[in-house]
Ligand binder design. Structure first.
Ligand code: CA
Length: 447
């Protein structure tokens, strides 16, 4: 590592000057719905000469899950391994999906950040009008850092992670009083944020299909809707829940870390044709990602990370909001006081349950089991066997293990099984990936 320092020092200089230039010149023209932000770091020519390609085009959505991609570009981690990662901001999850179907050759993207099971369902053609575009899940980007925000109009309900305890019979009472159901939204249906709010409601004895109304709404409109009183809750990734609390539009009812500690969140997935054509470049991408995740997890780097992400080029969000989210500073509950617990905030590298970045098949499978629970994808995911087969086709951990080996990671950071073992939720429910049927059987409310 010591030998790399002179190169990195040069790189840092190059980064600073080219960032200024990027700021002056603005972004190049891009497809509608996306804003491109190219890498400004100088490629390590020696590393680049060994790769099949030196560029990849990835999409991102400006929430904390994308931080390792942005940091990988801005701190030169990808460039160090010879790869020029071109990041483009996606205006919505459906735009990202449409762009990956096009591929970079068609003016779209090769892959990027995804909620699950989007990559699996793009592979199966279930969310792409039947067009199957095989995708490969390469790594987990982040754990935790998501939450359910509630509007101040329902402050008296005192919504918390445990609804049975904090707000018994609230949802039925709401319908009776308002003449309509409680409305909650997410930015894309049948994936993480829809799954989190459903898990939370159902664990509280509330049937998400009957007792509330769930809607797909773009994030900025949700803020307005919560102000206007047209919706009561929003399930999303930070910085949105923190922003809602900071703007005094609402409060953080529950964090996903409360629902399931060290849960799987969003993933890096790339078109399989790109990965198969460029396996060495895929390993280089993973090496840069792993280093970015390790960097992001260090307490001393959180302020710098917030600075980087806050810029107009990336998230265009106040630094203070990002600092709080990144450090795990949350005010939870209608009458909560701010508390700081980094273990409950976004995790990028290490955790009590091992390495975050490695794509455990047991965790990616859970999103398909949950899809089965809610009957999200009839004709595609109707049985556990189908879910397992799809999961095995889409997730590749061999490239991650290769990247970890080439980086010389210590043995403790290299998982030896594709299963993380049994998982326990806040309500005591256990998901044993070796027996998903037992998990499904234990759930009282289903689709
Ligand atoms: Ca998320």
């Amino acid at each position: 590592m010591a030998k790399r320092r002179p190169f990195l020092a040069l790189l840092a200089g190059a980064l600073t000057s080219s960032l200024v230039l990027t700021g002056c010149l603005g972004n190049p023209p891009s497809r509608p719905g996306t804003t491109s932000s190219g890498s400004s770091a100088t490629l390590n020519a020696q590393a680049a000469s060994k790769l099949e390609t030196t560029t990849i085009s990835l999409g991102f959505v400006p929430i904390l899950e994308a931080a390792p991609l942005v940091v990988g570009v801005e701190k030169g981690f990808f460039a160090r391994h010879g790869l020029d990662v071109k990041l483009s901001k996606q205006s919505s999850w459906s735009t990202a999906r449409d762009n990956v179907v096009l591929g970079s050759g068609g003016g779209g993207i090769d892959g990027g950040q995804w909620q699950l099971p989007m990559p699996q369902m793009i592979s199966e053609g279930a969310i792409t009008n039947g067009k199957k575009v095989p995708m490969t899940i390469l790594a987990m980007l982040m754990s935790q850092g998501n939450g359910i925000a509630a509007a101040n109009t329902v402050k008296n309900a005192n919504l918390s992670v445990n609804l049975k305890e904090s707000s018994p019979n609230f949802f039925a009472a709401f319908s009776g009083k308002e003449g309509r159901k409680f409305r909650a939204s997410y930015t894309f249906p049948k994936a993480n944020q829809d799954i989190w709010i459903r898990y939370w409601l159902a664990a509280g004895g509330v049937n998400p299909n009957k007792d509330v109304e769930l809607l797909t709404v773009p994030a900025p409109e949700t803020l307005q809707g919560m102000k206007n009183g047209t919706m009561e809750a929003f399930s999303t990734g930070d910085p949105w829940p923190s922003r809602i609390a900071k703007d005094n539009v609402g409060y953080l009812a529950a964090t996903t870390a409360q629902i399931w500690k060290v849960h799987p969140e969003e993933y890096l997935a790339v078109r399989s044709d790109w990965v198969e054509k460029n396996p060495k470049a895929a390993v280089a991408l993973l090496k840069g990602l792993i280093e970015a995740q390790m960097w992001l997890d260090k307490p001393e780097n959180k302020d710098e990370a917030a600075q980087i992400l806050s810029s107009r080029k990336w998230y265009n969000v106040p630094v203070s909001v990002l600092q709080q989210s990144l450090k795990g500073q949350y005010k939870i509950g209608a009458n909560g006081t701010p508390e700081t617990d980094p273990k409950m905030g976004p995790l990028y590298w290490s955790s009590d349950r091992g390495v975050i970045s490695y794509p455990y098949k047991s965790l990616t499978l859970w999103f398909l089991i949950e899809s089965l629970r809610w009957k999200f994808y009839p004709g595609t995911v109707d049985t556990i066997q189908q879910a397992e087969a799809i999961n095995n086709r889409v997730v590749r951990d061999d490239l991650w293990l290769q990247a970890a080996k080439e980086l010389g990671l210590p043995a403790k950071d290299i998982p030896t099984s594709p299963s993380r073992g049994k998982e326990t939720f806040f309500d005591g429910t256990v998901y044993d990936p070796a027996n998903p049927q037992a998990y499904l059987d234990s759930l009282k409310i289903k689709g």
